[in-house]
Design a protein around this ligand. Structure first.
Ligand code: B12
Ligand code: SF4
Length: 544
């Protein structure tokens, strides 16, 4: 039995991170002896031809795609490519969008055989086994499928009680070198579930209100393994709210400290469950950033959305993190129920106040009413007019809703004030970088380098330009020089910068060189090759 898992592309602005969903799913499949591959389109360009090539070569019997709302339309099309390629392939899809959009997914997409509802590990294993034994996959609990124009749900599947029974995510099947080239942190989860009831969030409905915690020792084993296997120095703990259970958060931090791990990390947390002592402990254990969902500066709106916090609690939480030396990012949503120009300006002013007082950065998303949320289900009751049903526009970067007191145009106007502030801040950083300010220079360099790496991915530049005939380059150094010229010409990037950026990728072992009789071929390293190539490439690029 061969299973192919697909991650669906989304833009660089959405900060691609190694997908935990697919690596957990691949981990359990592999443990059951099922052959599995991940084709990760988050960090390589997507083209149906590429997908067909993979299908041709790997010949999977089951293909599974993951997506959120904004990239669901692409995931749907990818599965059509698979079904058209071979109608015997069982096509499945999962994740927080389709779980709550059964009819809308299955009825117009007859090429999708099943939706895996909610937590997917056990369901996918059973489904793959059934498909392998030519049994009817429609008997597997936890799925939905279409039958004669109707959606059928099989028996409900319970949540995994003991998360410690899950193997570590199979990140070795992900193109980790590419994520590392983007300097992305690795995602780790220490608990699943959230007891709060925020009306705009589907996270809690995916994993339920009862929080299931992993053993802190195993969590830290996993972090150590990431350091060992991939040389990772930064992770992103993606629990819905890491600080929810003080004892658990404390135990994870203490274990990191006990093993003296040199790891920097960020977390999502709530302002109302971070106290001084915990914040200090987190800081000592390497926590650099905490992201708070503040959502609004208006107390009435915070009540309506059932966030369960007040602006004063936000001030206290942000101050606590600041005093512990942890950087804060406050996330706001514009266009929530009850929004009007005054509340919108209040949110802007609140973000600004916390920035000025505590250096807390902040950002705005525009409301996307996501399937599965109370806000989506009761949009009318909450006074939300949904203006678009095109899921690709549910990217939170454009207004697709209105309230009776805040039109789409008004949302745009308020957001343009925020955008101008951001542009001004960038102009300031650019100016200071030009004047030689080291911190600003570094910020600009990271930004430009990441955009360069992203363009390499998007244009498949290494794949297309990396084959250098031996006649042109007898030595790896010549092959490197040739690659620099080709990339700089193709991407229109400055030759010096290209040399430096590509040099860094080589030095870190993200790019490797394979020699055949007739050519030298640059390629993105497979994760396994990462450590072995490190030394050789470092020496090579240092002498350039
Ligand atoms: C970490 C995180 C991110 C990270 C990294 C995402 C990544 N690539 O891993 C960052 C910060 C980049 C991010 C960005 C965004 N995120 Co986000 N994110 C999360 C968060 C907190 C955890 C996700 C996670 O790793 N969970 C752990 C894994 C194990 O769970 P999972 O992904 O759900 O996968 C399980 C099941 O869904 C299922 N499954 C999933 N896929 C598949 C596929 C198959 C074949 C099968 C069988 C099963 C299956 O099985 C998996 C294992 O149990 C969730 C909240 C949550 N509680 O899930 C929000 C969440 C997923 N994000 C959300 C959103 C909206 C976004 C953004 C669109 C933000 C925005 N601009 O508004 C972007 C989109 C980026 C993208 N396309 O992924 C929403 C998605 C809801 C929706 N319907 O779209 C969530 C649910 C939070 C919310 N607001 O309600 N996010
Ligand atoms: S927004 Fe955060 S606190 Fe609120 S329900 Fe979602 S995960 Fe829980």
């Amino acid at each position: 039995m061969r299973v192919l898992l697909l991650s669906t592309p989304h833009p660089l602005e959405e900060s691609p991170l190694p997908p935990l969903s697919l690596s957990y799913l691949a981990g359990v499949l592999r443990r059951e002896g099922i052959e599995v591959r991940i084709l990760d389109f988050l960090v390589t360009s997507y083209h149906p031809k590429k997908l067909r090539q993979e299908l041709q070569e790997y010949r999977p019997q089951v293909v599974g795609a993951t997506c959120v709302t904004l990239n669901y339309p692409i995931a749907r099309r990818m599965l059509k490519v698979c079904k058209d390629f071979d109608s015997h392939i069982t096509t499945v899809i999962g994740g927080p969008h389709v779980t709550f959009a059964l009819e809308g997914t299955l009825l117009p997409s007859p090429w999708i055989d099943a939706i895996v509802i909610g937590e997917g590990e056990n369901t996918l294993v059973e489904l793959a086994k059934a498909a392998g034994e030519n049994k009817d996959v429609h008997d597997v609990p936890g799925i939905a499928f279409a039958d004669e124009g109707k959606v059928v749900k099989t028996a409900a599947r319970g949540l995994i009680e003991d998360l410690d029974q899950l193997p570590f995510p199979a990140r070795d099947l992900l193109p980790m070198a590419r994520y590392r080239a983007l300097d992305a942190p690795c995602t780790v989860i220490t608990s699943r579930g959230c007891p709060y009831q925020c009306i705009f969030c589907s996270g809690r409905r995916m994993f339920g209100p009862k929080v299931r915690f992993r053993n802190p020792g195993l969590v830290v084993d996993e972090i150590e393994k990431l350091q060992h296997d991939f040389g990772l120095k930064r992770i992103n703990i993606v629990d819905d709210t890491f600080t929810l259970n003080r004892r658990h958060a404390q135990a994870v931090c203490e274990e990191i400290l006990r093993r003296s791990l040199n790891i920097k990390w960020s977390v999502f947390a709530r302002v109302d469950n971070l106290d001084q002592e915990l914040a200090q402990l987190m800081k000592r254990a390497g926590c650099e950033w905490v992201l708070f969902g503040v959502e609004s500066g208006d107390e009435g709106i915070l009540k309506t959305i059932k966030k369960g916090i007040t602006p004063d609690e936000v001030r206290r939480g942000v101050k606590t993190a600041f005093e512990a030396g942890i950087n804060v990012f406050n996330s706001f949503i514009m266009g929530l129920p009850g929004e009007n120009p005054d509340t919108a300006m209040k949110s802007l002013a609140f973000g600004d106040e916390l920035y000025k007082k505590y250096g807390a950065k902040y950002g705005f998303h525009m409301l996307s009413p996501l399937p599965g949320t109370e806000l989506y289900e009761k949009a009318k009751e909450y006074g939300i007019r949904i203006l678009s049903r095109n899921w690709a526009r549910y990217n939170a970067n454009e207004p697709i809703t209105e309230t009776p007191t805040m039109s789409r145009q008004m949302v745009r106007e308020v957001m343009s004030i925020y955008d101008r502030g951001i542009e001004g801040a960038w102009d300031d950083i650019k100016r200071r970088a030009k004047e030689g300010d080291p911190e600003c220079t570094q910020i600009m360099e990271v930004k430009e380098r990441n955009e360069f790496v992203w363009t390499l991915f998007q244009q498949d530049a290494i794949e297309k330009l990396g084959k250098i005939p031996s006649a042109m380059a007898a030595h790896p150094l010549e092959a490197e020089a040739e690659l620099v010229c080709r990339v700089s010409q193709k991407l229109g990037t400055d030759i010096q910068a290209t040399r430096r950026w590509l040099g860094e990728l080589l030095a870190n072992g993200f790019l490797t060189l394979e020699t055949t009789n007739s050519s030298l071929q640059w390629q993105w390293s497979e994760t396994q090759a990462l450590k072995q190539t490190n030394k050789a490439t470092l020496a090579m690029s240092c002498s350039v």
